[in-house]
Design a protein around this ligand. Structure first.
Ligand code: NAD
Length: 435
């Protein structure tokens, strides 16, 4: 799906919801235009001595509720429009969870798999050099996203500190723990999604050992949600990566699959009994086949726009939990809702990552570090509150979960904008005085 369509889709949703939920025009207008957008050319010395240029982007979409916050993606399909759409979703997500952050996103148009580790370090540092005046602990705080990780964040933080000649760990989150990262950040997105599924299971009276789950993607977010669901008894019958997927009706052992993926860079079914590991025969499936499996729970955890008008009729899952950002296009969502399929929206399901990023930022600014237990317990508090708030609005106002989540977020941003005065306030000239 073309990134311009993803952006138009995201903005159209804001317009429609504005009308439908009576959101003030100034709030809708504020969310249709990004605050600032920077496009840079990153010059990187390659290992063979040549230089290459890569396009880098950063979008600060909206800072009404606080400094902008959002990940950096290294992917060949990164474009200015994609970065804007992702930054808009971050704005909604932070408001929904009640974080004192606005939304941002960044990216580099690159296939990182073709770079050596040293080229990747030089690219990460070049990105931060080009963005050093645009980001900062009080303005815009990057974090990991697709094909970036803790080490990349560490290089970027180091570059920022070298330019500013200060220690400023709060400029970036998702850092290695040794460089001021938080306990529990790596698992946070998957754990947040798992907490949503646990609450949903309670509401729907699910028996986890009777449920079959398919997961698209097998990166950071997918691995942790898969592992936690498996611990609760769910059967993970399919998983995939960019090259394709595997299926087993008996379900996979997620940890052995993960270890094998780390060693071989491939998704291959492996079972470990004590210390003996065995490669097991399995059915190979395509990513399209995975999305069409007859499962109870489908978790897209890779890229946006994977369920659209062309393949929506093939989807047979009863519930979809969006761990990826924007995996379902608006037209497809309407069809899924008409068929009674429950969709836990991305802005709620994957909010665990930015929530623990917020904890990391708080720890960096206070200079006091939390235990893993504290991080997990605070994450549970934030996720449960966002989940319950979303369900309450959905029940009270007869809305889909996504509409409810957006309405809540837009109302919060609206309250902050109204605190500076609205059209009605200035027209009526009612100035309140204490005396
Ligand atoms: P990651 O780089 O760790 O993993 C990405 C996964 O997607 C890999 O398994 C990759 O093989 C797979 N993939 C890539 N292209 C694909 C394709 N065309 N078809 C199928 N699979 C493909 O990234 P991640 O951090 O796990 O992010 C995954 C999703 O979760 C993204 O949409 C991201 O925006 C979202 N997300 C991540 C975080 C976070 O904290 N990491 C937070 C919120 C949302």
């Amino acid at each position: 799906m073309n990134a311009q369509d993803v952006l138009e889709d995201a903005q159209q949703r804001i317009r429609e919801l504005g009308e439908d939920a009576g959101i003030r025009a100034d709030v809708v207008e504020a969310l249709l235009h990004p605050d600032a957008l920077l496009e840079t050319s990153l010059r990187v010395r390659m290992d063979d001595g040549s230089t290459r240029h890569f396009r880098g982007f950063r979008c600060r979409y909206n800072s009404t509720l606080g400094p902008a916050k959002g990940g950096v993606r290294f992917h060949p399909n990164v474009t200015r429009a994609e970065v804007q759409a992702l930054a808009l979703w971050m704005t909604v997500k932070c408001a929904l969870v009640g974080l004192p952050f606005g939304g941002a996103k960044g990216g580099v148009e690159v296939q990182p798999k073709t770079l050596s580790p040293m080229e990747l370090e030089r690219l990460s540092r070049a990105y931060m050099r080009s963005m050093a005046d645009f980001v900062g602990p009080d303005t815009d705080i990057p974090a990991p996203d697709v094909y970036t990780n803790a080490m990349v964040m560490g290089w970027m933080a180091d570059e920022y500190e070298a330019i500013r000649r200060i220690k400023a760990p709060a400029v970036i989150t998702g850092k290695p723990i040794a460089l001021g990262g938080s306990q529990g950040r790596e698992e946070a997105t998957g754990r947040g999604a798992y907490l949503c599924i646990r609450e949903l299971a309670r509401r729907k009276r699910w028996q986890p050992d009777k449920l079959r789950v398919a997961i698209q993607g097998f990166g950071n977010a997918a691995y942790h949600v898969a592992r936690l669901l498996q611990d609760d008894g769910y059967r993970i019958v399919a998983i995939s990566d960019s090259k394709g997927g595997i299926y087993s009706d008996k379900g996979f052992n997620i940890d052995s699959l993960w270890q094998e993926k780390q060693k071989t860079r491939k998704v291959r079914a492996v079972y470990c009994e004590q210390s003996v590991c065995q490669l097991v025969k399995h059915d190979e499936i395509s990513n399209d086949e995975l999305l069409a499996l007859d499962v109870d729970l489908l978790i897209p955890a890779a890229l946006e726009g994977v369920i659209g008008p062309d393949n929506v009729d093939a989807v047979r899952a009863g519930t979809i939990v969006e761990v990826a950002n924007g995996p379902i296009r608006t037209e497809a969502e309407k069809a899924l809702c008409e068929r009674g399929i429950t969709i836990v929206p991305d802005v709620l399901a994957n909010a665990g990552g930015v929530t623990v990023s917020y904890f990391e930022w708080v720890q960096n600014r206070s200079g006091y570090f939390w235990s893993l237990d504290r991080v997990r317990s605070e994450l549970e508090t934030f996720m449960k509150r966002a989940f319950e708030d979303t369900f309450r609005i959905a029940d009270e106002e007869q809305r889909s979960l996504r509409n409810a989540a957006y309405v809540l977020a837009l109302r919060r941003i609206g309250e902050a904008l109204a605190a500076h005065g609205t059209k009605e306030y200035f027209q009526n000239g009612e100035f309140g005085h204490d005396s």
